[in-house]
Write a protein that binds this ligand. Structure first.
Ligand code: ATP
Ligand code: MG
Length: 240
């Protein structure tokens, strides 16, 4: 089933009365349970597109449907519900609160929910950090902190997990662990939309989108992880 339908969207930023177009005419469809990786050179508009899909940014023209509903039609309350229940974000820098424990950093995303404790415990278990539950962020490694962020992003069982360069500050071992975890979450039914500059990381995805000059210039299904390296390298070589 379709989860996103994006029709001819544009998005510009305005600085000192100058217009900087970033997304010029982007259309795409994303089905439930896809694992999409977005690549493209720095400044191409990857994060901007992700923020438009996540309803963090308003588009200028065109239309984005999430579950057949126009994002622009959502009331503030509906948007808040979407943030709480339907989507989860994982960023490059983990945005953990240092004065809260691992458990508290996760449960914070389901404040007010009766089964919050149970949800937090389940999410923490899913990402394999039960043993760290009482620790504080400054007592954790980069990979462990990123697992806490993933637990926080999945605590409400969102349909879509957005990950903006989630492994950019991790070593190769932690990168593989985190990507393995995203693959597992995708197998459990979550739709994953990931941004990366790394071909190795992109290989874990099932579909590649490349953005260049404000448009999607490549949209490819990916096969098995080993053959993906060359496919991705060829697809992005002329744009990076
Ligand atoms: N809030 C903003 N105000 C003005 N310009 C912005 C703003 N956010 C982003 N931009 C500009 O829009 C362009 C696209 O930015 P975006 O963050 O989407 O790129 P990106 O593809 O994610 O790049 P990177 O790989 O470096 O993260 C860049 O030129 C950036 O400078
Ligand atoms: Mg970015």
């Amino acid at each position: 089933m379709k989860i996103y339908k994006v029709e001819h969207i544009t998005k510009s930023y305005y600085k000192n009365k100058e217009v900087y177009p970033v997304l010029k005419d982007v259309s795409l469809k994303i089905n439930e349970n896809e694992f999409v990786v977005i690549m493209g050179e720095s400044g191409a508009g990857k994060t901007t597109l992700m923020n438009c899909l996540g309803a963090e940014l308003e588009i200028d023209e065109g239309c984005i449907y999430f579950d057949d509903q126009k994002l622009i039609d959502l009331s503030l309350k509906e948007k808040r519900e979407m943030y709480q229940n339907d989507i989860g974000f994982i960023f490059q820098e983990n945005l953990l609160i240092n004065t809260l424990s691992v458990f508290e950093n996760v449960i914070i995303s389901c404040i007010g929910k009766k089964d919050g404790k149970q949800r937090a415990n389940e999410a923490i278990k899913k990402v394999g950090i039960e043993h760290l539950i009482k620790k504080y962020p400054n007592q954790l490694s980069g990979g462990e902190k990123q697992r806490v962020c993933i637990a926080r992003a999945i605590v409400n069982s969102p349909k879509v997990i957005f990950a903006d360069e989630p492994t950019a500050s991790l070593n190769p071992k932690s990168t593989n662990d985190i990507m393995g975890l995203l693959v597992k979450l995708n197998e459990l039914g979550h739709t994953i939309i990931l941004i990366t500059h790394s071909i190795k990381v992109a290989c874990f995805a099932k579909r590649l989108l490349v953005i260049s000059d404000g448009n999607i210039v490549t949209d490819l299904n990916l096969g098995n992880k080993l053959s993906n390296v060359n496919i991705i390298r060829d697809a992005i070589s002329e744009y990076l």
